[in-house]
Design a binder for this molecule. Sequence first.
Ligand SMILES: NC(=O)c1ccc[n+]([C@@H]2O[C@H](COP(=O)([O-])OP(=O)(O)OC[C@H]3O[C@@H](n4cnc5c(N)ncnc54)[C@H](OP(=O)(O)O)[C@@H]3O)[C@@H](O)[C@H]2O)c1
Length: 241
Amino acid sequence: MLLEGRRVLVTGAARRVGAALAEALAARGARLALHCHRSKKEAAALGKRLGAVVLSADLADPAQTARLARDAVRVLGGLDVLVNNASVYAKHPFGTATARDFDLQMAVNARAPLLLTQALAPALRKARPGKVVNIADWSGKRPYADYAPYCASKAALLAITQSSAKALAPHILVNAVLPGPVLEPAGGKEAARRWRAAAKATLLGRTGSPADVCAAVLFLLEGSDFITGAAVPVEGGRLAA
Ligand SMILES: NC(=O)c1ccc[n+]([C@@H]2O[C@H](COP(=O)([O-])OP(=O)(O)OC[C@H]3O[C@@H](n4cnc5c(N)ncnc54)[C@H](OP(=O)(O)O)[C@@H]3O)[C@@H](O)[C@H]2O)c1
């Protein structure tokens, strides 16, 4: 599939990796709808620069998620590609995660991608082929001790990727990208220490960058129409280490 003129919805696109994805897709000529939640100013500035539409929604809310799907199809006049990137990442040392913590991460990181894929499937089916890329995490396969809700949500996203790939073949191709450490999260000294440890734990002994995630997403979109149900690691060999 060539991205030139293709209609793409990217969730969590205002900042960080999502903004890098938006830039990379715009550079390939895609017509974008950028989703944001709280980062409305950043999204508006990026949307203006890229000539993209901005749509906001709290993806923890199924009604807002459904509205986002409807609005994306309406403003773009259809949809060819969905990139589920938005995510909540929170540390919960064992014994501290509440039901609310668990439900929020499952809702945003796993339920919303499934609801969006379901709602957008009729539009994506017309794209021949439509494509969905779910941004998961290598830790969905090898969970960290202090991030049970997050890792569980990313494991669920991997299951949703495979289940959707089966349900939607051959008209819509559904894949996941599993980043390792590509962009340091906020969180002070403790986060910085974890970041250095994460770099050391890769086979390559270093962190990656959002550009590495963009390269994998572009490959799944433009490089081949014969890949579906796959989970592409972009983690410096962390899973093999
Ligand atoms: N950074 C890394 O090194 C790394 C490593 C492994 C996997 N990943 C995965 O790669 C993706 C991008 O990473 P990132 O670090 O750029 O992500 P991030 O900054 O943690 O989050 C991306 C966006 O998710 C949106 N979001 C959060 N809660 C939301 C809600 N309730 N409703 C709607 N949107 C919500 C936020 O949008 P607003 O700002 O508009 O509120 C946020 O900007 C994520 O899926 C992440 O899990 C990243």
